[in-house]
Ligand binder design. Structure first.
Ligand SMILES: [Mg+2]
Length: 232
C-alpha cells in the first residue's frame, strides 16, 4: 500500500478524552459555585450535561460545532436563572483550558516524532481540541476540525479537505482513528485508506474491515517506518 500522508483523529487516538472533559465540567462548576452559586445549584454537573445534550438535539445545525453548543448551553443555564448577560467568554475560556489539558497516551509522542519524519500529518477532529494549546501543532502540516470545515466526520468532505490540503489523491492518504463509524467507515467512503486504532482489543463488527488495524500509535509508527521508507 502506497501511503503518502497520514490523517489522524485526536480524541481517544492520541489521548483519552473523557478525563479532560470531566475535569473541564468540574472547573466550570467550581467557578459557578464561587461566582454564581444560584446558577451552580440550579445546574449541577449532571443537569448541565443533560442541558447540553438537549441543546445538541434541538440544534442539529450545530452538530459540527461543539464549542457553539457549549456556549449556547451556558446562555440557557443563566437565562433560566434570570441572568441575560451570561459570562459566556469567561466560562468558555475555563472550559477550553481544562479540555485541552490532556494527558497523552505514553506511545503518542514518540510515535508522532517517528511518523512525521516520513510523511506529512493532518489532524481531523470533530471536537474542539487545540493542538497548539496541547503543544503538538508542530507535527502537523494542516489541522482540520468540524467547526472550521463546516461538516463533521463521517462526512466525506472533511476527509477530502485533508487530501486537498496536501494536493494528493484521497487514495494516497491513510486515515487513522479509534472510532469505527466516524473514522474508518467515514474515511473509506471518502476514498481514503483506513487504519483502525483499536486500543481496547475489540472485534471489528462494522462491515468491511479497515485496511489496517493497530493496537497503539507505536504500532502505526512501526508500520510507517517499514512501509513508507521502503516505498519511497
Ligand atoms: Mg476519536
Amino acid at each position: 500500500m502506497a501511503v503518502r500522508a497520514v490523517s489522524l483523529d485526536l480524541d481517544d487516538t492520541l489521548w483519552p478524552v473523557l478525563p479532560a472533559l470531566i475535569e473541564a465540567e468540574h472547573c466550570v462548576d467550581r467557578w459557578l459555585q464561587q461566582h454564581h452559586p444560584d446558577v451552580a445549584s440550579a445546574w449541577p454537573i449532571e443537569a448541565m450535561r443533560e442541558l447540553r445534550d438537549k441543546i445538541a438535539r434541538e440544534n442539529t445545525h450545530l452538530a459540527h460545532d461543539f464549542s457553539e453548543q457549549r456556549r449556547l448551553t451556558i446562555r440557557h443555564a443563566f437565562a433560566a436563572c434570570g441572568i441575560d448577560d451570561a459570562p459566556v467568554d469567561e466560562l468558555w475560556r475555563i472550559y477550553f483550558a481544562a479540555r485541552n489539558n490532556v494527558e497523552l497516551y505514553p506511545d503518542t509522542l514518540p510515535a508522532l516524532e517517528r511518523i512525521a519524519r516520513h510523511v506529512p500529518l493532518v489532524s481531523i477532529s470533530n471536537g474542539n481540541a487545540d493542538l497548539e494549546v496541547i503543544g503538538l501543532h508542530h507535527f502537523f502540516h494542516t489541522r482540520l476540525n468540524a467547526s472550521g470545515v463546516g461538516v463533521a466526520k463521517p462526512h466525506p468532505q472533511i476527509f477530502l479537505a485533508a487530501a486537498e490540503a496536501l494536493a494528493i489523491a484521497p487514495g494516497d492518504m491513510l486515515h487513522v482513528g479509534d472510532d469505527p463509524m466516524l473514522d474508518v467507515v467515514g474515511a473509506r467512503e471518502a476514498g481514503l485508506r483506513t487504519a483502525w486504532l483499536n486500543r481496547t482489543g475489540e472485534r471489528w463488527s462494522h462491515g468491511p474491515a479497515p485496511d489496517l488495524e493497530f493496537a497503539d500509535m507505536a504500532a502505526l509508527a512501526e508500520w510507517i517506518d517499514a512501509t513508507v521508507s521502503t516505498d519511497s
